[in-house]
Design a protein around this ligand. Structure first.
Ligand SMILES: [Zn+2]
Length: 455
């Protein structure tokens, strides 16, 4: 048994009155965030001339300032739960910490800017509750939040309700968010899970693709759900339409709203498909090998498909990070310089240049002709055998991918063109095997049901 923190997210069906309440709480959180930021900026300015001025920087200090002045600055504050105001200040305290950590070099990743004001309609409406009545009602159709009251859920809460009834889960808090006019609640839950110790020795390499959701090294192709393909087409069309609309026009606003709805749906469909895939991988295989994400190349990519694929790799990696730990398997992340697409999976020859348009990999050394994504997936699977054979360091060498490190291993850099044994796994498989599709509609559903999104 181990305790893990997990999130359960449910879409809500609030009444009109409750919708106003939810929006009011999100607005209150945004208000205190902006109020606190204004205060911090003023105090920082004052400190330029008077070094004795104290600048509130953490949640405790910010809350003390807020409680001292809330009757004057926001006499309407009793309308919302006090949690809403705390939520906004907490967000600000985190943003300030991220900024100072980033400046001092204590934070990885891209530099974090100084917090900016949140503008209504431009930022995501959200509010977090940590105390008070936060419940999942036993009828599995309703939840309860402080001040908001009992809200109907759009989907069954059975996944979480079952755990709560068995006493293997404890709710720590709840966050409400609005995406394209749909309110959702996400419970942060402390869950007691059985962690299996050993698994089979089978290894699978996973290449997350553009045309397909993923290609596995055993030849299985996991396609994108049809509904997602459909949404992507719609998304492209609406994007073009939006570009043609007059700025500030009413029709532009209509298109913008429709685009937001389709986008939200595409994101949900993709996340659902990735959840089903990662659960399946973590349960069925002892070792799962994925590629390192190219974070620098990810930013600002105009190609819709490419951007979505990058987002897919990130999400897949994140989910595999904790799911492999839950199901007792191992995650190996290939180094980002490992040329998984350019290397021949049979003989190890490395192609100098491979464009994205080339769908088939042709080896000039041994003559292997193989689907590009399958070749990459096989290379990833081969990598772990190579690591095991040569007794390589399996610790993270470059420092990237730190988040998943605790859950798995990160293989060290392999030089391009390094000789290695094929291990008998690089022989081309019959065509039939290469096009087997995993059906992720029915059987996987009970494993990663709709309500249990841990993000
Ligand atoms: Zn070859």
């Amino acid at each position: 048994m181990a305790t893990v923190i997990q999130a359960y997210r449910f879409a809500l069906d609030p009444t009109a009155r409750q919708q106003r309440g939810l929006a009011s709480h999100a607005g209150a959180a945004r208000f205190t965030y902006n109020w606190g930021l204004e205060l911090v900026k003023t105090r920082l300015d004052q400190r330029q001339t008077d070094p004795r001025v104290v600048v509130p920087w953490n949640l405790f200090d910010l809350q003390r300032e807020w409680n001292r002045t809330k009757d004057q600055t926001a006499p309407w504050w009793p309308e919302n739960s006090k949690e809403a105001y705390k939520s906004g200040l907490d967000g600000l305290a985190r943003a300030l910490k991220n900024w100072s950590d980033s400046r001092a070099g204590r934070r990885r990743g891209r530099p974090v800017g100084f917090p900016r004001f949140k503008k209504k309609g431009r930022t995501r409406d959200a509010c977090r509750f940590t105390t008070g009545p936060i419940k999942v009602l036993p009828d599995r159709k309703h939840i309860q939040l402080p001040r908001i009251g009992v809200v109907k859920t759009h989907e069954s809460t059975r996944k979480l309700a079952r755990r709560l009834e068995q006493g293997t889960a404890r709710i720590m808090g709840a966050t409400i968010t609005r995406t394209a006019n749909r309110w959702q609640v996400s419970f942060t839950v402390e869950v007691q899970r059985h962690l299996p110790i050993s698994k089979g020795r089978t290894t699978v390499g996973v290449d997350v693709g553009i045309r397909q959701l993923a290609v596995l090294s055993n030849g299985a192709v996991v396609g994108n759900p049809r509904a997602l393909q459909h949404s992507l087409r719609k998304l492209r069309r609406l994007n073009r339409q939006l570009a043609r609309r007059e700025p500030e026009s009413r029709r532009r606003e209509v298109t913008r709203r429709r685009l937001a709805l389709v986008h939200a749906r595409a994101v949900n469909l993709r996340r659902d498909a990735i959840h089903k895939l990662t659960t399946r991988l973590a349960i069925e295989y002892g070792t799962v090998v994925v590629e390192q994400l190219n974070v620098a190349g990810m930013v600002r990519n105009r190609r819709l498909a490419r951007a979505l694929s990058d987002a897919g790799v990130a999400e897949l990696r994140r989910q595999l990070g904790y799911k492999t730990a839950w199901y007792g398997s191992r995650l190996v992340v290939a180094d980002r310089f490992y040329p998984s697409s350019k290397t021949c999976s049979a003989c190890g020859w490395v192609k100098a240049k491979l464009t994205l348009a080339e769908r088939t990999f042709t080896c000039e050394a041994c003559g292997l002709r193989i689907d590009r994504d399958l070749n990459a997936a096989r290379n990833l699977a081969n990598l772990v055998q190579h690591v095991a054979q040569s007794g390589w360091e399996t610790e993270n060498a470059c420092g990237a991918g730190r988040k998943t490190q605790s859950a798995g291993l990160v293989a060290t850099k392999q030089e391009a063109g390094t000789e290695r044994s094929s291990g008998g796994t690089g022989i081309a498989v019959p065509q039939g095997a290469a096009s087997r599709e995993i059906d992720h509609s029915s059987e996987a559903r009970h494993l990663s049901g709709n309500g249990s999104c841990p993000c």
